[in-house]
Design a binder for this molecule. Structure first.
Ligand code: GLU
Length: 445
């Protein structure tokens, strides 16, 4: 790493002890930025990096609620408003027991660059709670969401901060959150949250957008080698919203998705995952992958194993951070891997990324490859601002154009900095320069 950046990195790590995921995200970005600072010494003089790593505002709050047996439960809520150089803070809310400040900050930090790459006017933020929705009734989830919003409402707004979903937060949760915001403020402020239902201000394609976008980005990478999804053998990790829609899109483009996973195990379905059945089990019934196996023949279920043991030519990690390590990466490479598109945020460890890059595998980092979700949230905000709603075809075409644009921005930036095909470098520099220019223009704030 560049010596000037090392000093800044050390200060950032020391100022934020115990936040391993935030450290990992910061170090990965800093490793790309040396050449930018050679060309732009003004960024160093204005301490752009130090400012970028210090969130503009961090809110941590108590979320009290009662469960169905009448017991009082206490969770911790977070919203990190990281950077507003390009627009209102924008990023999802994650409800998962692993959530703590280090996770929210890594996600918020990545969101700054991701959102900049989309070309849309959105800053970076993230939030969530250590609340575990698994096994909770609808009524419990509603009471939790209402309590969470009772504090969050005072910090957000159409022009301030616009949350959305992430792991554990989908249409149901956004509905309860929106209802409570409306009740407290007495405002039908559609643009305050994205991921809303279609009949009350949501956008078509928003549910599909992250998974579809990941596949569109990966298809663009494959094209640079004269290839495509057609005929590829694909493994997807996860079986939530991002994974399901990535599977659907990859198969629509002619690939066979032979495996997907949840936190208990993985399914191998050599005929290709039946997306209709998977949606029924996971989205309608809120069940587990085991239920998919029970209803389909010729399928095997591997309990507690690693889905990356299954050979693939294209890997789409769509579960969670650090789910694909160096050992798994080496195994995939040995077995003929061509490309990786990250549907989740930071799913590959630093070792895994190094293995992919050394082997010359096409590697699309999450902040580029999964930006279709937040980009379509920005399209939802546009529709809300104009009180309009667009057709599925129009919105999907906008998403496709945005993903092709992000691919082009990453690839041309990598070329410009002398590392053709290095999408990590292209995404980090492409996102950073846009934010840094805006921060310089707006003065020391
Ligand atoms: N949570 C998603 C992400 O990681 C989407 C955020 C949004 O739509 O604001 O980008």
């Amino acid at each position: 790493m560049d010596a000037r950046l090392e000093a800044v990195r050390d200060t950032v790590l020391a100022r934020n002890p115990g936040e391993a995921e935030f450290h990992q995200a910061v170090v990965e970005v800093f490793e790309s930025l040396g050449p930018v600072h050679d060309r732009h010494p003004e960024f160093l003089e204005a301490a752009i990096l130090e400012r970028l790593c210090e969130p503009e505002r961090q809110i941590i709050f108590r979320v009290p609620w009662t469960d169905d047996s009448g017991r009082v439960q206490i969770n911790r809520g977070f919203r990190v408003e990281f950077n507003s150089a390009l627009g209102p803070y924008k990023g999802g809310l994650r409800f998962h027991p692993s959530v703590y400040l280090g996770i929210v900050k890594f996600l918020g930090f990545e969101q700054i660059f991701k959102n900049a790459l989309t070309g849309m006017p959105i800053g970076g933020g993230k939030g969530g709670s250590d609340f575990d929705p698994r096994g909770r009734s609808d009524a419990e989830v509603m009471r939790f969401c209402q309590s969470f919003m009772t504090e969050l409402y005072r910090h957000i707004g159409e022009y301030t901060d616009v949350p959305a979903g992430d792991i554990g937060v989908g249409g149901r949760e956004i509905g309860y959150l929106f209802g409570q915001y409306k009740r407290i403020t007495n405002r039908y402020e559609s643009g305050v949250l994205t991921g809303k239902g279609i009949s009350w201000g949501g956008s078509l394609v928003r549910p599909e957008a992250t998974g579809f976008g990941t596949v569109i980005f990966t298809e663009e990478m494959l094209k640079t080698r004269g290839s495509s999804f057609d005929g590829q053998r694909v493994v997807v990790s996860g079986s939530g919203n991002v994974a399901i829609n990535a599977i659907a899109k990859a198969q629509a483009l002619g690939a066979t998705v032979v495996a997907c996973s949840d936190s208990s195990g993985y399914v191998v379905d050599e005929a290709g995952i039946d997306v209709g059945l998977l949606r029924q089990v996971k989205e309608v019934e809120r069940g587990r992958l085991k239920d998919y196996v029970l209803r389909r023949s010729g399928v095997s279920y591997v309990e507690a194993g690693c889905v990356w043991d299954v050979d693939a030519t294209v890997a789409l990690p769509c579960a969670t951070q650090n789910e694909l390590d160096g050992g798994a990466a080496a195994r995939l490479v040995r077995n003929g891997l061509l490309a990786v598109g990250e549907g989740a945020n930071m799913p590959s460890t630093r070792d895994a990324v190094a293995v992919f890059q050394e082997a010359g595998v096409l590697f699309g980092p999450g902040k580029a490859a999964n930006a279709g979700g937040v980009a379509t949230s920005a399209l939802e905000m546009q529709q809300n601002a104009s009180r309009d709603s667009w057709s599925f075809e129009h919105t999907e075409q906008r998403l496709t154009d945005i993903m092709v644009g992000i691919h082009h921005r990453c690839a041309s930036t990598a070329d410009e900095y002398g590392e053709p095909g290095n999408y990590v470098l292209g995404a980090n520099i492409g996102g950073f320069v846009k934010v840094a220019d805006a921060m310089l223009a707006q003065g020391l704030i």
